[in-house]
Design a protein around this ligand. Structure first.
Ligand SMILES: Cc1ncc(COP(=O)(O)O)c(C=O)c1O
Length: 474
């Protein structure tokens, strides 16, 4: 027993040699097993990543000019991804913007409008050139896209919007022949809120023109049932439903005008447009090398669709939300509660999301926001001053003239890169939703901003881009 170095009290007994040997074998076998399984897991992950990144062969972006496209809808999507040179160089990473402002209707919403109308036609809810009308409640961009696609496909459009959005959106809608109704901004519980009104107008569309007092069904909306509970489709046909036995009845049903409430907030086609379109395009354009995706959320369709697609290809992609002032989403992501500080302070300037940034920010949950929330990893609240600063900085340094939500998301990109401590070429992708020319009257109007007490100061972004001080030696 000489190898036992310590004298133990008599009531404690050293284990026998064979016990010690078995315990040692156990430890060695356990350690080797865990080492082997970890190596297998790492190997499997790297193979999976390799497979995903090589699935799409590197290729130049398809040039649109070398093929003939069918009508204006052929111009939608397949937008380029552009490196934002000033920010990328300053941060040592790749900040890449999906140039959605190049869509024919001028925004990312062209994709959604096209998909909603395509899907409605596929489901037999809409038929072109039947005098049918599409109704939508929107702050503008979606309305313009719907008005454009509607004309291309043989429909009319009625757009209900708040009366405080930038005037150039109204002009574009008028030019596209849409019927416009502008209403006071109101809460979603208010019947006169623009989305509720659009639904109501679509319902009214199905009311019979001539009211026969003896007919109890007269003046009742002729609702067509659809697979989605949120969609409202009405018809002016007397008999709702197919009757294959009676072709005349069928003919009436098929050819009578329909009213269709597109409902981008709840409509799944919104999500699908990005999951099937924008997401795969980004994956192809980056050859699967994406470290993060940053986006704002208005309906949630963009961040949900693209975020979910990218995560389905690589679960490590970080999805981050850029949320403007006055929106409740930031708190929902960070603290699980939909609540904006300004509501408690009573300083709200507008009834809806209180910001000069248009198109993003929301204070209620919708189907598309529900799809987004589980995959959002991080969120940034961006002030109006920061968004304005970014827009001016980008014109000054890159010649990029962008709309407010794009500027907001680019501030969030910078903050995310700083938070992650990235500086080695990591790739952050965001959406450049629309161009500055949609925002002359507010976001790009210095006088308007001064009156609203929003500073115009490119130094805010310059400060964000300052190299971080080196870590102090311990
Ligand atoms: C200019 C602009 N950017 C971003 C968005 C947000 O996109 P989403 O509705 O998919 O969340 C919108 C929505 O209308 C928009 O108009």
């Amino acid at each position: 027993m000489i190898w036992y170095p310590v004298q133990l009290p008599s009531w404690i007994r050293w284990p026998s040699h064979s016990t010690v040997r078995h315990v040692l074998y156990g430890i060695i076998i356990g350690f080797s097993l865990s080492l082997t399984s970890t190596s297998f897991a790492l190997y499997y992950q790297s193979r999976k990543r390799h497979r995903l990144t090589t699935n799409f062969a590197p290729r130049p972006i398809e040039l649109r000019s070398d093929e003939v496209l069918s009508g204006v809808t052929g111009l939608i999507g397949n937008t380029p991804l552009v490196r934002i040179n000033s920010l990328s160089d300053a941060l040592g990473v790749e900040i890449l913007g999906k140039a959605e402002f190049l869509n024919p209707g001028g925004s990312v919403k062209d994709r959604v409008a096209l998909r909603m109308i395509d899907d409605a036609e596929r489901m037999g809810l809409l038929r072109p050139h039947t005098g049918s009308r599409i109704f939508e409640g929107t702050v503008g961009s979606t309305g313009i896209s719907i008005a454009m696609v509607a004309k291309a496909r043989g429909y009319d459009a009625t757009i209900i919007m708040p009366d405080d959005v930038a005037e150039e959106k109204v002009k574009a809608l008028k030019a596209l022949g849409a019927t416009i109704e502008r209403v006071r901004p109101a809460s979603i519980v208010d019947k006169k809120q623009y989305v509720n009104l659009a639904r109501q107008r679509a319902k009214n569309f199905g009311k019979r023109d001539k009211i026969d007092a003896s007919d109890p069904t007269a003046n009742v909306p002729q609702l067509i049932t659809s697979s989605s509970s949120s969609l409202v489709v009405t018809t002016t046909a007397l008999h709702v439903g197919f009757d294959m036995e009676d072709p005349q009845d069928n003919e009436e049903f098929l050819t009578k005008p329909r009213g269709y409430f597109a409902d981008q907030f709840e409509n799944r086609s919104n999500f699908d447009a990005h999951f099937d379109g924008t997401g795969p395009e980004i994956w192809r354009q980056t050859n699967g090398r994406v470290d993060a995706f940053v986006s704002g959320a208005g309906t949630g369709g963009t961040i949900a669709g693209i975020g979910r697609y990218l995560k389905s290809m690589n679960e490590n992609v970080v999805v981050a939300l850029s949320d403007p002032e006055g929106s409740g989403l930031y708190n929902k992501v960070k603290h699980g509660v939909m609540f904006d500080r300004k509501e408690s302070e009573g300083t709200k300037r507008r009834h809806q999301v209180d910001t000069v940034v248009e198109g993003i920010g929301i204070n209620r949950l919708t189907n598309n926001i529900d799809l987004a929330l589980p995959i959002i990893d991080d969120a940034f609240r961006i002030s109006d001053a920061e968004a304005v600063s970014m827009s001016r900085y980008l014109v000054q340094n890159d010649g990029l003239f962008l709309g407010s939500s794009s500027a907001c998301s680019l501030v969030a990109c910078v903050k995310l890169v700083r938070r992650m401590g990235w500086a080695e070429g990591q790739r952050v992708v965001t959406i450049l939703c629309d161009s500055g020319n949609r925002h002359y009257s507010k976001f790009w109007n210095d006088e308007y901003l001064r009156k609203a007490n929003i500073p115009i100061d490119p130094r805010i972004v310059e400060d964000l881009l300052q190299p971080l001080p080196p870590l102090e030696a311990e």
